[in-house]
Design a protein. Structure first.
Length: 92
Protein backbone atom coordinates (compact mmCIF):
# COMPACT_ATOMS: atom_id res chain seq x y z
CA UNK A 1 0.00 0.00 0.00
CA UNK A 2 1.36 3.43 -0.97
CA UNK A 3 1.30 6.14 1.66
CA UNK A 4 1.39 9.80 0.71
CA UNK A 5 2.69 12.39 3.15
CA UNK A 6 2.00 16.10 3.00
CA UNK A 7 5.23 18.06 3.56
CA UNK A 8 3.53 20.52 5.94
CA UNK A 9 2.54 17.60 8.17
CA UNK A 10 6.11 16.30 8.12
CA UNK A 11 7.26 19.81 9.10
CA UNK A 12 5.03 19.64 12.18
CA UNK A 13 6.58 16.26 13.09
CA UNK A 14 10.07 17.75 12.70
CA UNK A 15 9.18 20.76 14.89
CA UNK A 16 7.76 18.47 17.60
CA UNK A 17 10.86 16.28 17.45
CA UNK A 18 13.26 19.22 17.72
CA UNK A 19 11.25 20.90 20.48
CA UNK A 20 11.03 17.69 22.50
CA UNK A 21 14.80 17.10 22.24
CA UNK A 22 15.71 20.80 22.65
CA UNK A 23 17.63 20.81 19.36
CA UNK A 24 18.37 23.85 17.19
CA UNK A 25 15.62 24.33 14.62
CA UNK A 26 17.26 26.30 11.82
CA UNK A 27 19.88 24.89 9.45
CA UNK A 28 20.11 21.37 10.91
CA UNK A 29 19.08 18.38 8.76
CA UNK A 30 16.47 16.05 10.22
CA UNK A 31 16.05 12.63 8.66
CA UNK A 32 12.48 11.59 7.91
CA UNK A 33 13.22 8.30 9.68
CA UNK A 34 13.95 10.22 12.92
CA UNK A 35 10.37 11.50 12.93
CA UNK A 36 8.77 8.18 11.93
CA UNK A 37 8.05 9.06 8.30
CA UNK A 38 8.83 6.09 6.03
CA UNK A 39 10.50 8.10 3.27
CA UNK A 40 14.25 8.12 2.56
CA UNK A 41 15.37 11.72 2.81
CA UNK A 42 15.64 14.68 5.12
CA UNK A 43 14.26 18.15 5.87
CA UNK A 44 16.12 21.36 6.63
CA UNK A 45 14.39 24.46 8.04
CA UNK A 46 15.96 27.46 6.32
CA UNK A 47 14.30 30.50 7.92
CA UNK A 48 11.70 31.30 10.55
CA UNK A 49 10.00 34.72 10.44
CA UNK A 50 7.33 36.34 12.57
CA UNK A 51 5.02 38.60 10.59
CA UNK A 52 3.80 41.24 13.04
CA UNK A 53 2.16 43.74 10.69
CA UNK A 54 -0.95 41.58 10.25
CA UNK A 55 -3.61 40.66 12.75
CA UNK A 56 -3.42 37.89 13.93
CA UNK A 57 0.36 37.50 14.05
CA UNK A 58 1.66 34.94 11.58
CA UNK A 59 4.73 32.69 11.42
CA UNK A 60 6.39 31.94 8.09
CA UNK A 61 8.76 28.97 7.85
CA UNK A 62 10.85 28.34 4.74
CA UNK A 63 12.17 24.79 4.48
CA UNK A 64 13.49 22.33 1.95
CA UNK A 65 12.88 18.62 1.63
CA UNK A 66 15.32 16.27 -0.04
CA UNK A 67 14.02 12.85 -0.97
CA UNK A 68 16.51 10.17 -2.04
CA UNK A 69 17.14 10.14 -5.82
CA UNK A 70 15.23 13.39 -6.32
CA UNK A 71 16.10 17.06 -6.27
CA UNK A 72 15.63 19.39 -3.33
CA UNK A 73 12.23 21.10 -3.19
CA UNK A 74 11.70 24.36 -1.30
CA UNK A 75 8.46 25.05 0.58
CA UNK A 76 6.96 27.93 2.56
CA UNK A 77 4.58 27.31 5.45
CA UNK A 78 2.61 30.29 6.76
CA UNK A 79 0.31 29.91 9.73
CA UNK A 80 -1.17 31.89 12.62
CA UNK A 81 1.01 31.68 15.77
CA UNK A 82 -1.79 30.19 17.91
CA UNK A 83 -2.51 27.51 15.33
CA UNK A 84 1.17 26.53 15.04
CA UNK A 85 1.50 26.24 18.83
CA UNK A 86 -1.66 24.15 18.96
CA UNK A 87 -0.41 21.82 16.20
CA UNK A 88 2.98 21.23 17.78
CA UNK A 89 1.35 21.08 21.23
CA UNK A 90 3.35 23.80 22.95
CA UNK A 91 1.48 25.80 25.56
CA UNK A 92 2.37 29.30 26.62
Amino acid sequence: MYQCFHMDEILIHVLRYKQHRNVSIIGIDTSFNEVNVPIDGFMRILTWRTIDNVNPTMIEIDYCAVVTNRTSINYTYRVEVRELLRRIEITR
